[in-house]
Design a protein around this ligand. Structure first.
Ligand code: ITE
Ligand code: ZN
Length: 373
């Protein structure tokens, strides 16, 4: 296993970029989409199936794994890669966002956050130092700073105070992370929808120095228009030569708009979560396979898709197994959705490389208007 973590840009088209992040566990082609493997599994998928969709990296959640089975147990068993049988790169988030959205009886102080587990009510504390320790125990390749993500809408003072706390926590995260060749630490920009606060956050993070930079604080209910308005300036406030990671995004059209605005990495539960509920994402838009109109339809979900669900099964079959509550339903639609997302990322990488991103974007939207799905 090599010891480096390097990002190489291979082409740009407008503000869109494509490149490769080299890590000791393999290369990550950017723009990259990371499937979410919350509790050491991408739900309804075998790891080899996740790899078959084209995913170079997946995301693990510190909050869930620290509660169950605990980071110490995973470390005793050799780390998250061996534990979940995924030998490619893993990015773990820092736990702060999940604590604020899932845990009970939370108390936030300068030190960190104390909370009770949503699983069994046990008491826990997360600090920048504890988050770095957990992510080290898990063995993740890309570690995220411990930060606070304020819910929007929020007034400017609240956003400013929260961003400044996150910057102090970023410095503590960096100090606790130490020097770990082959492992990366990403800072997370905050500042809500305030351009000057985002600039101040970016400058604070660059002063501390990170291997990559996330645009945090978005996809928290602000809506696509406000998110894109923020992405019209925020990515370019961050270093041009490091990966830019937009957290928690998103629907396919969110992803295309984010890549257009200079984002290199994204993660979202949407393709896997919606796959389990019967929502399929296709080039021509969304298909709810549980809708009665599919009951006798012999066509595949998407004629243009090469995934196992589209190659070997009809809409009628997918409709049936969802209506019957069969486990294969979630497996097939999750596989299709993750395959579609990775296919979308690959088509964007190719379009950027050939300087045709604008044409790609026009075609992407035109196909969705075509209807008849
Ligand atoms: C689903 N939307 C979403 N997931 C997020 C995760 C995050 N983690 C750390 N910091 C963030 O600001 C942050 C924002 C996020 N938005
Ligand atoms: Zn498919």
């Amino acid at each position: 296993m090599g010891r480096t973590f390097d990002f190489t840009l291979t082409a740009t088209d407008g503000r869109a970029r494509t490149g490769v992040i080299d890590t000791p566990r393999g290369a990550i082609r950017t723009p990259a989409f990371m499937p979410v493997g919350t509790a050491a599994t991408v739900k309804a998928m075998l790891p080899e199936s996740v790899a078959a969709t084209g995913a170079d990296i997946l995301l693990g959640n510190t909050y869930h794994l620290m509660l169950r089975p605990t980071a110490e147990r995973i470390a005793r068993l050799g780390g998250l890669h061996g534990f979940m049988n995924w030998d490619r790169p893993i990015l773990t988030d820092s736990g702060g966002f999940q604590v604020m959205s899932l845990a009970e009886l939370r108390k936030l102080t300068e030190e960190g956050v104390t909370f009770r587990s949503h699983i069994d009510g046990s008491r826990h504390m997360l600090t920048p130092e504890r988050s770095m320790e957990i992510q080290r125990l898990l063995g993740s390749d890309i570690v995220m700073c411990f930060d606070e993500c304020p819910a929007l809408p929020a007034d400017r003072d609240r956003i400013a105070d929260s961003m400044e706390l996150s910057m102090r926590w970023a410095a503590r995260s960096k100090a606790a992370f130490g020097d770990r060749p082959g492992h990366a630490l990403f800072g997370i920009q905050q500042g809500g929808l305030e351009e000057d606060l985002r600039k101040a956050s970016a400058e604070a993070l660059v002063d501390i120095g990170f291997d990559g930079y996330a645009v945090g604080g978005l996809a928290v209910g602000e809506g696509q228009e406000a998110m894109f308005a923020c992405l019209d300036y925020a990515p370019e406030q961050l270093p041009q030569d490091k990966p830019r990671y937009l957290m928690g995004v998103g629907k396919p059209d969110d992803i295309v708009g984010a890549v257009k605005r200079g984002i290199d990495m994204m993660d979202c539960v949407l393709p896997s979560r919606s796959g389990r509920t019967g929502q399929a994402w296709t080039r021509r838009g969304q298909v709810n396979i549980k809708n009665a109109r599919h009951a006798d339809d012999p066509r595949p979900l998407d004629e243009a898709c090469a995934c196992p669900a589209c190659r070997s099964y009809s809409r009628a079959y997918l409709h049936h197994v969802f209506r019957a509550g069969e486990m294969i339903s979630g497996m097939l639609l999750t596989w299709h959705n993750l395959h579609y997302y990775q296919d979308l990322m690959g088509r964007m990488r190719d379009a950027i490389s050939s300087g045709e991103f604008n044409a790609f974007e026009r075609e992407f939207h035109a196909e969705r208007e075509a209807g008849d799905i």
